[in-house]
Design a protein around this ligand. Structure first.
Ligand code: PGA
Length: 254
């Protein structure tokens, strides 16, 4: 049985005071819902304050990105050892990193390896563009992103994958539960080819892209979908808590 995960990706939103207020607003409800792994991924500058606020709770902390070198002359970057005593998780290969900041599959692969080296659990993002989707290239693109990101990586159950079709991110146009489930099955079978059937069954694979309190049930009702990576709706305490609450109740009933 895979423990469901709901992760909130705040992206480049919230100043420090706003981040603190948001954590305080959602924490009491999140604390009650511990059958779901709950992960908050605020901006770097709010990681320390968030860590303080969640101390003693089972809510986990994640970063949104990192560089793969452990130190050196890389102005503006954050290294794995800087994050390793702060965070449990790190989002890697988000499509915004790939599209806006030129992250390649090779860089994502180096980041995945660096995360394991420093005890961080990657939330590895993959997903196809609208053009790829419309030309039936979803499976080929997503499988190749998985193979590249996990090249030379030994089997582990400490991996989380997020399937995030680019056309669904921030657009209000989510995939359907069935579409997401089909691609997630493909991701799991790609991992099975790399690592074997049993390790692939232990990996949690999430859906991301315009998830809200109004549509989470459709995704989480699919047995193949182990949770969600939530952007916009994770900035609203009530909506995020509702997503976690529905996940707890649907997954515990299944
Ligand atoms: P969204 O973002 O929920 O705002 O679509 C999801 C993500 O990019 O992780």
């Amino acid at each position: 049985m895979r423990k469901p995960i709901i992760a909130g990706n705040w992206k480049m939103n919230t100043r420090l005071d706003e981040a603190v207020a948001l954590v305080k607003a959602m924490l009491p409800e999140l604390n009650r819902l511990d059958t779901v792994e709950r992960v908050l991924c605020p901006p770097f500058i709010s990681l320390t304050a968030t860590k303080e606020l969640i101390k003693g709770s089972s809510v986990k902390l994640g970063a949104q990105n990192m560089y793969f070198k452990d130190k050196g002359a890389y102005t503006g970057e954050i290294s794995p050892p800087m994050l390793s005593d702060l965070c449990d998780f790190v989002i890697l290969g988000h499509s915004e990193r790939r599209q806006l900041f030129g992250e390649t599959d090779d860089m994502v692969n180096s980041k995945v390896k660096a995360a394991y080296e420093f005890g961080l659990k990657p939330i590895l993002c993959v997903g196809e563009s609208l053009a790829d989707n419309e030309t039936n290239r979803t499976e080929a693109i997503v499988a190749s992103q998985i193979r590249a990101a996990l090249s030379g990586v030994a089997a582990t159950d400490q991996l989380v994958v997020a399937y995030e079709p680019i056309w669904a991110i921030g657009t209000g146009k989510a995939a359907t539960g069935k579409q997401a489930s089909a691609t997630i099955s493909l991701i799991r079978s790609t991992i099975a080819q790399l690592w074997g059937e049993s390790p692939s069954q232990a990996i949690r694979i999430l859906y991301g892209g315009s998830v809200t309190g109004d549509n989470i049930a459709e995704f989480i009702s699919e047995p193949e979908i182990d949770g969600a990576l939530v952007g916009g709706a994770s900035l609203k305490a009530d909506d995020f808590a509702s997503i976690v609450r529905q996940t707890a109740s649907i997954k515990s009933a299944s």
